[in-house]
Design a protein around this ligand. Structure first.
Ligand code: HEM
Length: 485
């Protein structure tokens, strides 16, 4: 016990001295270059402005920390958060430069908790040529023609299967998570829902909870549990990979992501089991939480905007009327959902599931008259741009009709590079089309099968991730001819 206390004390002392050393080093560097650094405030020693950031996001305002500084300093400013001097950008042009110069001027940089839990062979942490190769492999697996030819069938089937058990009060976020987890496991490894996928999902939830904690098992029970869950998930995935490697050696091939990886050179792409496990584990993380949250928030925004919900229902009722009660959606049906695509865009814009991306400057970078010093962190805020009045009239309201110019020629079009919910450049989300199709199919079955009301008030939270406080409880009722609204 005494030796535990002593090691904690020594550990804290050691961390403190590293923090102070780094902080003063940055301060000195910052002073030297102050004239060319973006304006801003480094805050308190050690803490910087981290506490201001955390307390700002306790409100219902989606972007208080950035709004406040943009009004004082402009769209690009300097701050110091989570132990590092960081340049924040709310400027679409600068964001674009940051995103397209991945690997040249900047490289992605995730907090320690996320990197440790994902594993170093995940796509999100790969760099250079290997990243290029694996990113394009992932893109080719999730592109429109693959979705059209075989993923859509599973999406439609699994969404309907899950909705069959809905009745009375449900927590929509939990239901959406179940659906997206099952979908992703199916797409990656061809497993249909079973006890194994359910247990795996429970471990995944624990793993994801560890993302926004202090990455020291000694200090955080959540992080400890997440590490344990990661080990269990990796063990399970390793067994799958080994089994599939044997099948592949026998010439058997499944039409899923793992199959695509084995196809690379007929022998697991030359990848080790460890590499394949990290890769799959991270893809499951990237697709699961994001898509389920966007499904839930789309329903919340529609519930609060009855005219939009009515128009969406009309679009989907027409499709259903053509197809009868139980026929599965086809690619042509997905392509005949113009208003749904406005709803999808507007949900992505207002919800901003990924509020922005962190990068690190790998050299001194001159942008718009400022210099971002080598080694500094950069945060390209996608949300600050999406919620800027300059680019979107009445930017903080949910208004799907603003996107109708793309289909009807009315409305005003935002400038290019302003709408970037899936990022951009070499790290652009490879699952963007899959997410859009998944959400559209989910909305189709939701509005054609059910009417619903919120079971209680629930509010949006924006930190550390975008979600609703109570997982959006609603009461659902099957739609019948006498209950069409
Ligand atoms: C609404 C749903 C989604 C949103 C808003 C979203 C957003 C994003 C964003 C902004 C990035 C860029 C991160 C960066 O530049 O550092 C990204 C990357 C990524 N996304 Fe998505 N995503 C969604 C769904 C999905 C799905 C369904 C998949 C599954 C295939 C997926 C897989 C990935 C992966 C693997 C990366 C890392 C790419 C890389 O670093 O090269 N995402 N996503």
């Amino acid at each position: 016990m005494a030796s535990d206390a002593m090691s904690i004390f020594l550990y804290v002392l050691y961390s403190l001295s590293i923090f102070l050393f780094t902080f003063f080093l940055f301060r000195t560097t910052a002073n030297r270059r102050r004239s060319r650094l973006p304006p801003g405030n480094l805050g308190l020693p050690l803490l910087g402005e981290t506490l201001q950031l955390i307390s700002a996001y306790k409100t219902e305002n989606p972007e208080p920390f950035i709004d406040d500084r943009v009004s004082k300093f402009g769209a690009v400013f300097t701050t110091h958060v989570f132990g590092e001097a960081t340049v924040f950008s709310a400027d679409p042009e600068i964001n674009r430069l940051i995103l397209i110069n991945e690997g040249k001027l900047f490289e992605s940089s995730y907090p320690g908790s996320i990197s440790n839990l994902l594993g170093r062979h995940s796509l999100l942490l790969m760099r250079g040529n290997l990243h290029k190769r694996m990113h394009s492999l992932t893109m080719s697996f999730a592109n429109s023609s693959i979705i059209k030819d075989h993923l859509l069938v599973d999406i439609d089937r699994l969404v309907r299967l899950n909705m069959e058990s809905w009745s009375g009060r449900i927590l929509l976020l939990d239901e959406a998570k179940k659906i997206t987890f099952q979908l992703t496991v199916k797409q990656l490894m061809s497993f249909d829902p079973c006890e194994w996928t359910e247990n795996l999902m429970k471990e995944y939830m624990l793993l994801i909870e560890g993302f926004f904690t202090v990455p020291f098992p000694l200090f955080s029970g959540t992080y400890r549990r997440a590490i344990k869950a990661r080990t269990k998930v990796a063990e399970e995935l390793r067994l799958v990979v080994r089994e599939r490697r044997k099948e592949s050696e026998r010439g058997e091939r499944k039409n899923d992501m793992l199959g695509a990886l084995f196809d690379e050179d007929g022998n697991g792409g030359g990848f080790s089991d460890e590499e394949l496990v990290d890769f799959l584990l991270a893809l499951l993380v990237a697709g699961y939480d994001t898509t389920s949250t966007i499904m839930t928030l789309a329903v919340k925004f529609l519930t609060e905007t009855p005219l939009a919900l009515a128009q969406l229902k009309e679009e989907h009722d027409e499709i259903r009327a053509r197809k009868g009660e139980s026929e599965a959606l086809q690619w042509e049906d997905y392509k005949a959902m113009p208003f749904t695509q406005c709803v999808v865009n507007e949900t992505l814009r207002v919800a901003n599931i990924i509020s922005g991306v962190f990068r690190r400057a790998i050299t001194d970078v001159d942008i718009k008259g400022y210099t971002i010093p080598k080694g500094w962190k950069v945060f390209a805020s996608l949300r600050a741009v999406h919620l800027n009045q300059e680019y979107y009239k009445d930017a903080r309201s949910f208004n799907p009709w603003r996107w109708q110019m793309n289909t009807t020629g009315s409305g005003t079009s935002p400038p290019v590079n302003v709408f970037t919910p899936f990022g951009g450049g070499p790290r652009r989300c490879p699952g963007y089309e899959l997410a859009r199709v998944g959400l559209s199919v989910f909305l189709h079955h939701m509005v054609t099968r059910f009417s619903w009301v919120p079971a209680e008030e629930d509010k949006l939270l924006f930190f550390p991730t975008t979600r609703t406080q109570k997982r959006y409880p609603i009461v659902v009722q099957p739609r019948t001819p006498s209950n069409l609204m």
